[in-house]
Write a protein that binds this ligand. Structure first.
Ligand SMILES: *Cc1c(COP(=O)(O)O)cnc(C)c1O
Length: 384
């Protein structure tokens, strides 16, 4: 098939290309001035009083966050099964256990009403995901956390920019928020991410563990009385630092984050209007005044559609359109299923969402004609 419309594509402009070339010519390839600038820009983007720590992926960032929060072997972290495996695997990195809590059937976000029943004396944290870029109900989640003395980490891989009660995700009262700049995410650096926190102790620990456990106090030649070559290792840290090549992309992607969001919101609005009377459920819209990043646009086929989700995606592909499924819930995957003896029906809302969900293409490089092509294909397939 010629002219295939892929499910996702990043939008890389001349500014990004020039910035990467500038880094290449400068001779500074790994963590350096561009990374520092990207971190400063990110703090400014969120509106100050927050530390931004760049990393090589959101997976790394989530691992650093849980490590800094002291999550230890045997501890429990409450999270959602309706996510990418990275959210759960970082809990396992620390030999602790994710405790899955079912989702709200309309938003696909963790259901706050089901969290308290999952808390045990071993529970240490709640790790939430803003699915598709629609914010979780953070007020009840933060209240439960406060009541039980739990930490809160936000997996904001989809959520830039997303707001909750008018505030940007990243500025809420959780402990740590982590973004992904993976190639398909709302802003992209190929591989990359950002960890943000208001807590200086957490920030310090994450910075040290991000790069081999090197103490920056000893490393920083301007504030240290030690010679420039001297450093101290204070822990067996990780290799999670961002490169200046990635930061070069990030600096310019971040500047466009709001424009990108507006473009995706327009596509979402058009889909909402055009697909309204078909045998499918439209994705939920944000509350009045709030911003949905529209990283994903997930429709759900209803029984009246008389076509399976698999057949629907095949027929879209036959028309040259790439679709995807977000997500195959973790409890259906062999590793999670067998490690925790989970059954499909343990999380009925996640299961039912998964069985009907189709993610349609929604990205800034889509032309009006591309959008029309998607709309017409969906109409054609569902009207037979
Ligand atoms: C993509 C994704 C991640 C992992 O991001 P990386 O930057 O690739 O590590 C984590 N959580 C969710 C929900 C994601 O979609």
């Amino acid at each position: 098939m010629t002219n295939f419309l892929p499910f996702a594509l990043p939008e890389i402009g001349q500014e990004e290309i020039d910035e990467v070339v500038d880094s290449l010519r400068s001779g500074w390839l790994t963590t350096g001035p561009k990374t520092k600038r990207f971190e400063q820009d990110f703090t400014e983007f969120l509106g100050g009083d927050i530390e931004s720590i760049s990393i090589n992926s959101a997976t790394s960032g989530l691992h650093l966050a849980l490590e800094a929060l002291g999550i230890s072997p045997g501890d429990e972290v409450i999270t959602t099964p309706y996510t990418f495996t990275a959210t759960g695997e970082v809990v396992r990195y620390l030999s602790s256990n994710p405790i899955f809590v079912d989702i709200d059937p309309t938003t696909f976000n963790i259901d706050p009403a089901k969290i308290e029943a999952a808390i045990t004396p071993r529970t240490k944290a709640i790790l939430i995901v803003h699915f598709g870029g629609l914010a979780c109900e953070m007020e009840p989640i933060l209240k439960i956390a406060q009541k039980h003395g739990l930490k809160v980490v936000e997996d904001a891989a989809h959520a830039i920019p997303t707001t909750y009660q008018g505030k940007l995700v990243g500025t809420l009262d959780s402990d740590v928020t982590v973004y992904s700049f993976y190639a398909t995410k709302p802003i992209a650096t190929g591989e990359g991410g950002m960890l943000v926190t208001r807590n200086p102790e957490i920030a310090k620990r994450c910075r040290i563990m991000r790069l081999h456990g090197i103490s920056r106090d000893a490393f920083d030649r301007y504030t240290s009385t030690k010679p420039a070559w001297y450093y101290e290792i204070i822990a067996p840290g990780f290799k999670y630092n961002m490169t200046d090549l990635a930061a070069s992309l990030g600096i310019h992607q971040l500047k466009k984050a709001w424009t990108f969001q507006q473009k995706r919101a327009e596509i979402a609005k058009r889909y909402d209007t055009e697909l309204a009377n078909l045998p499918l459920l439209l994705p939920p819209t944000p509350k009045d005044g709030d911003v949905h990043s529209w990283h994903l646009y997930v429709i759900r086929l209803v029984d009246l559609a008389k076509i399976s989700r698999e057949a629907f995606i095949e027929q879209m592909a036959a028309r040259g359109i790439g679709c995807s499924v977000h997500f195959i819930p973790l409890h259906l995957h062999p590793y999670w299923r067998d490690t925790y003896y989970l059954k499909p029906r343990d999380f009925p809302c996640a299961l039912s969402a998964y069985e009907r969900a189709v993610s349609l293409p929604i990205y800034t490089k889509m032309t009006e004609a591309d959008q029309e092509r998607v709309i017409n294909a969906v109409k054609e397939i569902l009207s037979v």
